[in-house]
Ligand binder design. Structure first.
Ligand code: NAX
Length: 328
């Protein structure tokens, strides 16, 4: 049984990258795992290992009371040894002139072997969050190789969820903390469906006060394309907000979601809401006793079903691409 003094072993891949540069320090501050000490395992590719060692030096220099140990490695077996929580941030970016299929396959070559290394080395109860893009399909590939139970491997749509809450809070002139029951369905891509149908303000349904044209023409595209907007304005892709959402995801997984609320999590579909089994799609999920459960019983109208079909179709075609390449 774990106590406050038992370290949680946390693996972060892509440790020399820009998301990790924020994520590691948030974890070290206790934002994901509370007052449990953290044994960090930072996994990088050989070319970036030295830079990851520099990040580890800074982590050490910060003298966080909760940092138990820091191991930097480019060996996946060492990187995943005893892992209780894994943040898979490292991924291959799209190269010049590459198609989306090249990106899917290039990443399949990373996530298949990482799944096998997790199976060999991590704790049997490990909780895995894939952040690296294309996150949903990377998670599907990893899941096929890791042999873990349904729900142990997840992909991140919490940033989309948080972006949606921020847009809604601004529109309604309120704060994100008063808004609940938001859902992002499907793929972490431009086909995602940020769905306000069940949205509540202080526990009361509020969707009726949002004009449908604003939802369809402003809100949904803005959330779905927010990543591109950040690149345009900041000059590089979302990093601190991605790290913050990864912390939120793992925090809720370990600590539970607030009573009555849910969050958006991409995990292996069990066929709920017509999303074919096996696709890694984002659903409304509650964290109960350390496990994600898909919220059941929501009623979907034709318009919602159509948007969910569109994003599920995209996920199915991504999976076909990697299956044809022999990666599943
Ligand atoms: P960076 O390019 O800054 O860092 C990525 C790091 O991963 C590099 O240091 C690289 O050496 C490392 N890496 C590559 N292959 C690896 C492997 N096999 N094992 C270990 N490390 C490996 O990217 P950053 O901005 O940190 O973004 C990381 C990933 O997050 C990207 O794929 C990005 O597209 C994705 N994102 C996902 C988001 C989401 O909501 N799911 C949002 C933010 C972000 O765009």
């Amino acid at each position: 049984m774990s106590t406050a003094a038992t370290p949680v072993t946390v693996t972060v891949t892509g440790a020399a990258g820009q998301i990790a540069y924020s994520l590691l320090f948030r974890i070290a501050a206790g934002d994901a795992f509370g007052d449990r000490p953290v044994a960090f395992r930072l996994l990088e590719i050989p070319d970036a290992r030295r830079a990851a060692e520099g990040v580890a030096m800074e982590l050490s220099d910060s003298a966080f009371p909760l940092v138990d140990s820091i191991t930097v490695t480019d060996d996946p077996d060492e990187g995943f040894a005893g892992a209780d929580a894994v943040f898979l941030v490292g991924a291959k970016p799209r190269g010049k002139g590459e198609e989306r299929s090249d990106l899917l396959i290039g990443n399949g070559k990373i996530f298949g072997p990482q799944g096998q290394a997790i199976a060999r080395n991590a704790s049997p109860d490990v909780r895995v969050l894939v952040v690296g893009n294309p996150a949903n399909t990377n998670a599907a590939i990893l899941d096929a190789h890791a042999g873990l139970a349904a729900g142990q491997v997840t992909a991140m749509t919490r940033l989309d969820h948080n972006r949606a809450l921020a847009q809604l809070a601004e529109k309604l002139g309120t704060s994100t903390t008063r808004l609940t029951n938001m859902t992002v369905w499907g793929n972490h891509s431009s086909t995602q469906f940020p769905d306000v149908a069940e949205l509540r303000l202080d526990g009361e349904p509020v969707a009726g006060s949002l004009e449908q044209t604003w939802v369809d023409e402003d809100f949904i595209p803005r959330v779905a394309q927010r990543g591109g907007e950040i690149i345009e304005v900041r000059g590089s892709s979302s990093a601190a907000s991605a790290a913050s959402s990864a912390v939120d995801h793992m925090h809720d997984w370990f600590n539970g979601t607030p009573q009555g609320d849910w969050v958006s999590v991409a995990l292996r579909s069990d066929g709920s809401y017509g999303i074919p089994e096996g696709l890694f799609a984002s659903f409304p999920c509650r964290s109960v006793d350390g496990r994600w459960e898909i919220v059941q019983g929501l009623e979907l109208d034709e318009r919602q079903q159509e948007r969910i079909r569109t994003t599920a179709d995209e996920l199915a075609s991504e999976l076909d691409t990697v299956r044809e390449a022999g990666m599943l």
